[in-house]
Design a protein around this ligand. Structure first.
Ligand code: SF4
Length: 448
């Protein structure tokens, strides 16, 4: 079990020097126990005590990194049961399972789907971020060959799936430098798999039937010196999977039960009979609390709703999605092109820029930083008002790009036009449409 604040306090120097940024050792100990302070902040701890206390200050759900390079997948480190309490941090990896017994065209199809099925939404690319290769054949060379093919075709983290340590070792010998997830240690092979995890420095999945079997197995593997784990509670159906996922999250966050403080891998691919049910299960695991979600295939109709759901669940509910403040050229504008202004709420930006694009009238779009609020909300909050718009227009550099001084403001804030003209006496303020959908018609009448 994790140490309490008082347990930690007993190990501190108790000089209350304040160098850690806290007024005394006790509040520092309390914050450390709550995971809200860094151990290194106290310069007076011996290496031995540091090691002991590191356990207490570690996040209740450990961060696990799979893969390397820019496509690395990070999962875990979640701090709350419910998104509205704070935010969820690391979106689950979504990917397909390729079996080494699959016909070649199926393997190629899954690789192609993984590479090609992607969507852009509010400025982000939504795509698959992991792929699993399963040794269903029991044939070492076949498995290694498929792993090699997948690795060659995709720059994505890989999960190697076999219970056989010899087959696993053969696959690791060709791809360990990519830091794949080793799946999985169980009651029969735990020592051999733990040794492979240590030898090749790769994260290890631990699989058991039920939480009562899983937690002692995790403790055994931790004692063998493996630190980066992913859990599979072996749930047989969606009911038990949902129960296990909630219990694991609760045990880690509320009871600080270390053996269950790791991200969880889920298998809607093997729990559903058809693609529709598989997609439904995957959606459930995105919301509660899958760390990796494996599918049979990545058909676009299945991938799009799952990717969008994941994006929505893993955005900070207290921080609206936003784009950078600045000048956005749309359709290669020139010095006579229209200049429009809007707020930096992502949805507003993408709707407005989409309508400008649809008008086929090249334009300059000025985007003011309104802290991610929409036009009306930011106007009401005093962030999209003449006092903020005028200085932005002056510093933006738009006067170097156009020879006219006409600025189109959203129709829903028509009431600021007079005051804005006072703030920007060199500019004509033109009230644009209230609705973004009317922008194309409006722009077609533009004359600089
Ligand atoms: S720096 Fe260390 S010794 Fe000083 S108050 Fe903080 S915890 Fe105590």
């Amino acid at each position: 079990m994790a140490l309490t604040g008082l347990d930690i306090y007993k190990k501190l120097p108790k000089t209350n020097c304040g160098e850690c940024g806290f007024p005394a050792c006790l509040p520092f100990a309390m914050k450390l126990a709550a995971g809200q302070a860094e151990l290194d902040a106290c310069p007076y701890l011996s290496e031995e005590i540091k090691e002991e206390l590191a356990e207490a200050s570690a996040p209740p759900i450990r961060l696990v990194t799979i893969g390397k390079g820019e496509n690395v997948l990070k999962i875990g480190e979640e701090q709350v049961m419910f998104r509205h309490e704070k935010t969820f941090f690391h979106p689950p990896g979504i990917g397909v399972i390729v079996e080494d017994t699959d016909p070649q065209e199926i393997i190629d199809g899954k690789i192609n789907q993984t590479r090609e099925v992607k969507f852009e939404r509010v400025g982000q690319i939504l795509k698959s971020d992991i792929i699993a290769v399963k040794a269903s054949s029991g044939d070492t060379s076949k498995f290694v060959s498929v792993v090699g093919k997948v690795r060659e075709a995709l720059d994505l983290p890989i999960i190697l799936m076999t219970d056989n340590p010899e087959i696993m070792k053969a696959a690791l010998s060709i791809c360990a430098e990519d830091k794949p997830l080793i799946y999985a240690a169980n009651n029969e092979n735990s020592e051999a798999m733990a040794n492979l995890s240590k030898e090749y420095d790769c994260p290890l999945a631990v699989s058991a039937k039920g939480l009562e079997t899983l937690s002692p197995l995790v403790e055994k593997i931790l004692a063998l010196g493996v630190k980066h784990l992913v859990l599979n509670p072996g749930s047989e159906n969606v009911g038990s999977a949902l129960r296990d996922l909630v219990l694991i999250r609760r045990a880690a966050l509320k009871q600080k039960f270390r053996p269950l403080g790791y991200p969880v891998i889920t298998f809607p691919c093997s729990q559903a009979e058809d693609d529709l049910m598989e997609t439904t299960l995957a959606a459930i695991y995105i919301m509660k609390y899958g760390g990796i979600i494996l599918l049979r295939n990545l058909e676009p109709w299945k991938a799009l709703p799952l990717f969008v759901l994941r994006q929505n669940i893993y955005t900070d509910p207290q921080r609206p999605m936003r784009v950078e403040e600045g000048i956005y050229p749309i359709g290669n504008p020139n010095e006579t092109s229209p200049v429009l202004i809007t707020s930096n709420f992502s949805l507003t930006y993408f709707i407005v820029s989409g309508e400008i694009e649809a008008s086929k009238i090249p334009s300059w779009l000025l985007v003011l930083d309104t802290e991610g609020l929409s036009v009306m909300t930011s106007w009401a909050a005093g962030k999209f008002v003449p006092e903020t718009i005028a200085p932005f227009v002056k510093r933006s550099g738009i006067t170097d790009k156009v020879k006219h001084h006409k600025l189109v403001i959203p129709g829903c804030v028509a009431q600021i036009s007079g005051e804005l003209e006072d703030e920007l006496p060199d500019w004509d303020i033109i009230v644009g449409p209230r609705e973004a959908a009317d922008i194309p018609v409006f722009l077609k009448q533009w004359a600089a």
